[in-house]
Design a protein around this ligand. Structure first.
Ligand SMILES: NC(=O)C1=CN([C@@H]2O[C@H](COP(=O)(O)OP(=O)(O)OC[C@H]3O[C@@H](n4cnc5c(N)ncnc54)[C@H](OP(=O)(O)O)[C@@H]3O)[C@@H](O)[C@H]2O)[C@@H](O)CC1
Ligand SMILES: Nc1ncnc2c1ncn2[C@@H]1O[C@H](COP(=O)(O)OP(=O)(O)O)[C@@H](O)[C@H]1O
Length: 346
């Protein structure tokens, strides 16, 4: 187990040749966001550009694409077809969001056939990031409860069907891939709670990275979150072996493991404990993968810089006041700090 050092991290930064163009620095396909989590699509897309990717395409529902393009002109949009809501409880007046009991259901779920329309982008993207704010459509505990009544299982599954179709299409691809947030919840559901039990063990595509917080890793391994927190390096390593992937276990002193080696990140602070900061991290890692770094190196560099951006933001704004969107402005300062670029006095 090693702690990441500034010297090691600096050595991982990708080159920026003068004789270059946007394709030199790679294309991130970010499949993210849903009606209730538009911010996650924005944060994960923009942070990839801030980290140096040449091109970012956001593939999401039309509503998400519209919202994100209203906030920034920097991201290319690929709106995907949505599927009609199939359950009977809907009244005609309900258009965007539907409340059944305490649940708020996303009616803009992406059609699983959208995967066919994504074929060209799946071919040409340098890296595919999936899951930030993708929406499971109901409470996670209910989603992961196989004893839930059939009536609730019939209620919107968010982007579950789309994700499973996508995962099938990704199996044969060799680009780096980052699976975050709800992508991990879909995988946990498939592994442990699906009424149709998987026939064969689930394999993530090669060159993949997963970015669970402790509860997401607990869901993936089907154990208690307390057990994970009591032995973070062991469980990150175990999950990396089981799923044949790079594991980034989030939290204070984030752990990164490829199943053989484990790294501990020394940067970051409680300012990062704010909704959306994990979405920024996904984009950062995607941005470095796009520039040609291996999944392990992109993860180590991304985690360190994300934490450093949080440290610099906390110094300037206080640990209380940092927003996930502030991190976007501190990524450049973190990069400058590790490259020892002196600030220019104007
Ligand atoms: N602006 C946007 O659009 C945003 C969109 N977002 C998107 O929303 C989606 C769902 O994300 P989410 O935050 O609602 O659910 P999730 O992270 O599973 O937390 C649920 C429960 O899990 C627990 N828990 C969490 N962290 C833990 C930890 N470190 N260690 C231990 N336990 C931990 C905790 O439960 P408790 O411990 O309180 O029982 C918590 O209440 C996802 O796709 C994401 O990308 C968000 O990024 C926010 C900004
Ligand atoms: N107390 C803390 N110290 C250091 N880093 C933290 C702390 N709390 C959260 N983080 C970091 O902030 C990010 C939170 O990600 P996540 O839990 O996925 O949130 P969200 O889903 O809201 O984006 C992770 O990178 C995690 O390591």
């Amino acid at each position: 187990m090693q702690t990441l050092t500034k010297e090691y991290i600096t050595s991982l930064l990708p080159m920026r040749p003068d004789n270059s163009h946007k394709a030199t620095f790679g294309h991130v396909l970010n499949i993210a966001g849903s009606m209730h989590y538009r911010g996650a699509a924005y944060l994960s897309s923009l942070s990839a550009l801030r980290t140096g990717a040449g091109y970012v395409t956001l593939a999401s529902s039309p509503g998400v694409c519209q919202s994100v393009s209203a906030l920034t002109p920097n991201i290319v949009m690929r709106p995907l077809p949505t599927r009609p809501v199939i359950y009977a409880e809907l009244s005609p007046q309900m258009t965007d969001s539907v409340c059944i009991g305490l649940q708020s259901i996303d009616t803009e779920s992406i059609d699983e056939k959208a995967v066919i329309q994504l074929h060209d982008l799946l071919e040409k993207a340098s890296v595919i990031t999936v899951g930030s704010g993708l929406s499971i459509g109901q409470s996670k505990d209910e989603f992961n409860d196989s004893t839930a009544p059939l009536s609730s299982m019939a209620i919107a599954e968010g982007n579950h069907c789309f994700f499973l179709a996508l995962l099938g299409a990704l199996q044969t691809r060799s680009q780096s891939m980052v699976f975050d947030a709800d992508a991990l919840n879909f995988i946990s559901h498939f592994l442990h709670h699906s009424p149709r039990k998987p026939q064969t063990p689930l394999h993530l595509p090669k060159n993949s990275i997963i970015t669970p917080h402790p509860k997401e890793l607990a869901r993936l391994l089907n154990i208690d979150v307390e057990a994970i927190q009591a032995d973070r390096v062991h469980y990150a390593t175990e999950a990396a072996k089981q799923l044949n992937t790079i594991v980034l276990l989030k939290g204070y002193h984030t752990v990164i493991s490829d199943g053989e080696y484990a790294f501990i990140n020394p940067t970051g602070n409680n300012a990062l404990a704010k909704a959306g900061s994990g979405d920024v991290l996904t984009g950062i890692i995607g941005g470095f993968c796009a520039q040609g770094l291996s999944p392990l190196n992109a993860t180590c560099l991304g985690v360190y810089l994300h934490g450093l951006a949080g440290d610099l933001a906390a110094q300037a704004l206080s640990e209380y006041s940092v927003l996930a969107s502030d991190l976007l402005d501190y990524i450049p300062k973190a990069i400058k700090q590790i490259t020892n670029v002196k600030p220019i006095n104007v």
